[in-house]
Each structure stands twice: as C-alpha cells, then as structure tokens.
Write a protein that binds this ligand. Structure first.
Ligand SMILES: NCc1[nH]cc(CCC(=O)O)c1CC(=O)O
Length: 308
C-alpha cells in the first residue's frame, strides 16, 4: 500500500489549481506515495464585503490551514507565498518554495486599454494598498475604488462596467487560463509586485523528516533565495500596520538583485531603491535594503501612517 499524503489548500479555483500543480510535481518526484487534496475554507474566503486592508489581520488565508497542519489533519499546506505572513506559527515552517511564475502585475482594462490610454479620472478597482499607491504615483488622476473577491469575481465586476480597469497578478490570471484578458503587463518601473507574488510555497510541521524529504525534491533554490530576500525586506519594514510595500528579487548566476518600494497611500511620497549581492545572503540583502529605504524617507512614511 502506498502511503497517502494529504495536501491542504484553500478552496478557490486558483488555490486548487496550485495544489494540483504541486501534487503533479510531488507525484513525479515521489511516485512511492499517493496524494489527496483537502480543500479548507479560510477566514479570508468568507469576508467578501470589507476591504482586506481595513481588517488588517495577518494570515487570513493561512490560519485554518495551519491549524489543520498542527492538528495532523493534513500533512502539508500549499499557499501562494504572497498570502503567507513573515512570521509563522510556532512549530511550522516553509518546507519548499517551487519555481516561480512571472511575478509581476497585469492591467485588465475595458477595451484592452493600456495604462497610458486610460481616460483622465479612470476608475481602477483594487483593494491592494500597494497597487493603489504605485498607480497613483504614476497617474494622480486615477480614482481608486475597492474591489474584492476571487479572480473570477473581479473580472465579472469589470465586465459589468463598474470601473475602467483592475490590476491582478500575472501568475493567477495565467494559471486560470485567462491570458486573453490581459491588456498590459505592468512594468516593474511602475509597479513592484507583492512580496512572494507568483510563487507557491509548501508549509509543513517542523521536524517532519518524511514530508520534508518529499517536498525538498520540488524546491527551487533561486526562487527560495529571491522570496527569502523579499520576505526579509518586508519583515524589517512592517510594524504591525498596513503599508504599501512592494519588492521584487531575481537571481542570476548566484547574484541576487532586490528592488523595493515603500509609498504613502496617496502615492505622493514614494521611496524606491535596489541592492545586489551574493544570493546565498538573500535575507541579509533584504534587511539591508529595508534599512536603506528607512533612512531615505520610508521611516517618515511609516511614522505618518502610524499617526506618530
Ligand atoms: N491576494 C490574493 C492572491 N494571492 C495570490 C494571487 C495570485 C497568485 C500569486 O501571486 O502567486 C492573488 C490574486 C492577485 O493578487 O491577483
């Protein structure tokens, strides 16, 4: 009898796609086991009417999966790394990060318009503070409006002409086979992605050697280094408040380049820089870039947001 491994995930179509994708890779790498996907509803899936940024709770999309993992109901949890808080609960860790999809954001606009073609005062639907701030920095005339729900819901609202455009992660659109909806790949110069965007991680119980061995085989070093730099950057900057922060790291020939941004909500203040270094020191590069931004204006933005 093959050992059956239970893989936990959220129930959204995108989460299910990602879990199936992980199971395909696990099956190829470890054919001696069989795998079953268990869908678990998370708090974040139930809250559809309030902007997530207003709730401000971390781990909305991960907590229920983590409880199931700690109780032994599942053997691993598959997450979009961008939904995983920088601090994990005691007893859990990220066992593997799979090779990343293109991490950037895309514009989905009516009539296929590009950012520069959108009319003055165009209404953009997004609930992401990060997208909001960077787009307003690019075009102060944009009117930003809240838009929540899974990818399909957001596209439906765009089709109902509730606004002119929305911004989503390329990875999610691509995985759901919706590439034909993309109006423009938004350049990193205009909008840096969320930390971890486009990458899928597998959370496991600390010290679970069997499961660590299984998932270790589908880990992707360059992606893990890039995401580790981005997460170290975020961890150093966040002080328990919701701030527009973006980051993107890429590794080439063991050299890592990390770009990071911190902005005010209205996009009027925006501090951005980058650092390069040895990919083996990913976390150090992340913390160092955070320090640099902090000293060159991000500190003020953060203090203002905390109302100090
Ligand atoms: N916050 C929801 C979420 N979490 C992960 C993705 C996309 C997939 C990914 O980044 O890996 C999305 C949707 C979006 O922001 O467009």
């Amino acid at each position: 009898m093959k050992r059956q491994i239970i893989v936990g995930t959220r129930e959204s179509r995108l989460a299910m796609w990602q879990a199936c994708w992980v199971v395909e890779r696990l099956t190829e790498a470890n054919p001696e086991c069989s795998y079953r996907i268990a869908g678990i509803r998370t708090q974040g899936d139930n809250i559809l009417d309030v902007a997530l940024s207003k709730i401000g709770d971390k781990g909305l999309f991960t907590k229920e999966l983590e409880y199931a993992l700690l109780r032994g109901q599942i053997d691993m949890a598959v997450h979009s790394m961008k939904d995983v808080p920088t601090e994990l609960p005691e007893g859990l860790s990220i066992g593997a990060i799979c090779e990343r999809e293109y991490p950037g954001d895309v514009l989905i606009a009516r009539d296929g318009m590009k950012l520069w073609e959108l009319p003055t005062g165009a209404v953009i639907g997004t609930s992401s503070l990060r997208r909001c701030a960077q787009l307003l920095n690019y075009r102060a005339d944009f009117k930003m409006t809240d838009l929540r729900g899974n990818v399909q819901t957001r596209l439906k609202k765009l089709d109902e002409a509730k606004f002119d455009a929305t911004v989503l992660a390329y990875a999610g659109i691509h995985r759901l086979g919706l590439d034909d909806r993309i109006s423009q790949i938004i350049p990193f110069e205009i909008c840096l992605p969320a930390v971890g965007q486009g990458s899928v991680g597998i959370e496991i119980r600390d010290g679970d050697k069997d499961i660590q061995a299984l998932v270790g085989k589908i880990d992707h070093l360059a992606t893990r280094q890039a995401v580790s730099a981005e997460r170290a950057f975020l961890k150093k900057l966040e002080g328990g408040c919701q701030v527009p922060i973006g980051a993107h790291a890429a590794v080439k020939d063991n050299c890592l380049r990390l770009d990071g941004v911190v902005a005010s909500l209205d996009g009027k203040q925006l501090v951005r820089s980058y650092l390069e270094g040895d990919a083996a020191k990913a976390a150090e590069i992340g913390a160092k870039l955070a320090d640099r931004l902090f000293c060159t204006g991000a500190g003020e933005i953060l203090r203002e947001m905390r109302g100090e």
